[in-house]
Design a protein around this ligand. Structure first.
Ligand code: NAD
Ligand code: GLY
Length: 364
C-alpha cells in the first residue's frame, strides 16, 4: 500500500494520510484503529455500497473487536439532503453515539459529503475517515475536507471545511462501479492533468484505453497522481481563498449544464463539457494553443465523455444559471481559464457575449 501525507497548518487542522492499494479492505481495519482510535465506529453508507461492501467492512471491524455499527441511506444525489442528514443523526443517537464515537464514510461523493457534514456538526464535531468507493471520490471528493448537503435552492449550499483523519483507497472497489460512474471520475482525473501537470496529461493520453479496461496498476497510478496534485493544492489553500479555485476548472459551465438538464447529464459528463468550454474561451481570449484544446477534447472523447452541449439545453437557461453561480462576485463570473497546459489562472470576468458564442458553438 502506498501512502502520502496531507500536510496542513496545525493551528487549523491536523495532517492526515491518504493510503492507496488494491484489495486492501482487510487492512483498512488496522489502519482505522491506528489513525482514529474510538470507542464506537459507525459506518455510514448508501444502500448500493452497503449491499456489496457494507457487511465486509463491518465484519472486519468486529473481527478486530472494534465496536461497530452501520447506517445506510438511499443512493443518489437526492439523498444528499437535510432529510437524510436528520435521519442519520437520529439513528446515531439511537445507537448511543457520542463524542468518543467516529464515523466511517464508505461510498461515493454523496456518502463522503454527507458523512463529513454530520461529523463536523454532530455533538460539535466527531472524527471521521473517508473510504471512497467511486472514482470521483477516490480522485477528488474524499480529499480536502469539503463537506456539504444540498438544499432545494441548490447544490452544496450547506457545508463546512472539515478534514478527515485519513483517506483509505481500495482500487478494487472500482471492479463493481458502473461505466458511467467511471467516466465521471475520469473527467476529474483528466482535469488534474489539464490544470497541473503536462506529464499526467501525457500519461492519460498514452494509457486511456487500458485505463478504460480497468488495468489495476494504471488505475492505481492515475489515482495516486490525482491525490498528489489535489493534496498539494489543498495544503496551500485549505479554505479556497485563492489557488484551490483552480480545482473548479470546467465546473462553472459544467454545473449550469448539469442543473439545466435536471441532473439527467451526470456531473462528470457536465464537467467534461465545461472543461471544453473553458479551453475554448481560453483559446479565444488568452491564446491557449488550439492544438492543446484539441488534445483535451480528444482525450475526453477517448474516455467516453462528451464535448458538445445537447440541443435540448437552451443558451438562455445556461446564462441564467451562470449569473446565479455562487462563485460570482458582484456581476462578474469568475472562470478558471488556461494560459498553457498545466497553467491555469482565475479570469476576473468573461464577457457575456463570449459565453453565449462559446455555448452556441458547442451546440453545433
Ligand atoms: P455517488 O456517491 O452518488 O455514487 C454514484 C453511484 O455509484 C451511487 O449510486 C452509488 O451507490 C454507486 N456506487 C458507489 N460505489 C460503488 C461501487 N464501488 N460499486 C458499485 N456502485 C457504487 O456519486 P459520486 O460521483 O461518487 O459523487 C458525487 C458527489 O460528490 C456530488 O454530490 C458532488 O457534489 C460531490 N463532490 C464533492 C467533492 C468534494 O470536494 N467534497 C468533490 C467532487 C464531488
Ligand atoms: N472539488 C473541488 C475542491 O475540492 O475544492
Amino acid at each position: 500500500m502506498k501512502s502520502m501525507k496531507v500536510n496542513l497548518d496545525k493551528r487549523v487542522a491536523s495532517s492526515y494520510d491518504i493510503c492507496i492499494g488494491y484489495d486492501v479492505l482487510d487492512r483498512i481495519g488496522l489502519l482505522i484503529a491506528k489513525h482514529m482510535p474510538a470507542l464506537h465506529y459507525i459506518v455510514i453508507t448508501d444502500v448500493n455500497v452497503s449491499a456489496i461492501y457494507g457487511m465486509k467492512l463491518l465484519g472486519r471491524l468486529r473481527e478486530m473487536a472494534l465496536p461497530a455499527d452501520m447506517i445506510e441511506f438511499p443512493a443518489g444525489e437526492d439523498a444528499k439532503s437535510i432529510g437524510t442528514t436528520v435521519a442519520i443523526v437520529e439513528r446515531l443517537i439511537k445507537l448511543g453515539a457520542d463524542r468518543k464515537s467516529a464515523l466511517l464514510a464508505l461510498g461515493g461523493g454523496v456518502v463522503g459529503d454527507v458523512t463529513g457534514f454530520i461529523a463536523s456538526t454532530f455533538m460539535r464535531s466527531i472524527p471521521y475517515i473517508q473510504i471512497p468507493t467511486t472514482l470521483v471520490a477516490q480522485v477528488d471528493s474524499s480529499i480536502g475536507g469539503k463537506t456539504a448537503i444540498d438544499l432545494p435552492e441548490g447544490k452544496n449550499l450547506l457545508g463546512t471545511f472539515y478534514q478527515p483523519k485519513g483517506v483509505f483507497i481500495d482500487v478494487k472497489f472500482l471492479d463493481t462501479l458502473p461505466e458511467e460512474e467511471m467516466n465521471s471520475g475520469l473527467a476529474e482525473a483528466i482535469k488534474y492533468g489539464v490544470i497541473d501537470s503536462v506529464e499526467v496529461f501525457d500519461f492519460l493520453e498514452r494509457n486511456i484505453e487500458a485505463i478504460k479496461e480497468r488495468d489495476r496498476d494504471l488505475l492505481e497510478e492515475m489515482i495516486g497522481n490525482a491525490c498528489r496534485i489535489k493534496k498539494g493544492i489543498v495544503e496551500i489553500d485549505e479554505k479556497e481563498m485563492g489557488m484551490r479555485r483552480v480545482l473548479n476548472f470546467g465546473h462553472t459551465i459544467g454545473h449550469a449544464i448539469e442543473a439545466e438538464s435536471n441532473f439527467t447529464i451526470s456531473h462528470g459528463a457536465a464537467v467534461s463539457i465545461g472543461m471544453v468550454a473553458a479551453a475554448r474561451i481560453s483559446e479565444g481570449m488568452h491564446d491557449f494553443p488550439r492544438r492543446d484544446r484539441e488534445r483535451i477534447e480528444h482525450l475526453l472523447e477517448s474516455a467516453g465523455l462528451s464535448c458538445r452541449i445537447p440541443q435540448t439545453i437552451t443558451t438562455d437557461g445556461i446564462m441564467t444559471r451562470l449569473r446565479a453561480d455562487k462563485k460570482k462576485e458582484g456581476d462578474r463570473i469568475h472562470f478558471v481559464l488556461l494560459k498553457k497546459m498545466g497553467m491555469p489562472f482565475i479570469n476576473g470576468g468573461v464577457p457575456e457575449a463570449v459565453l453565449r458564442e462559446t455555448v452556441e458553438e458547442m451546440k453545433k
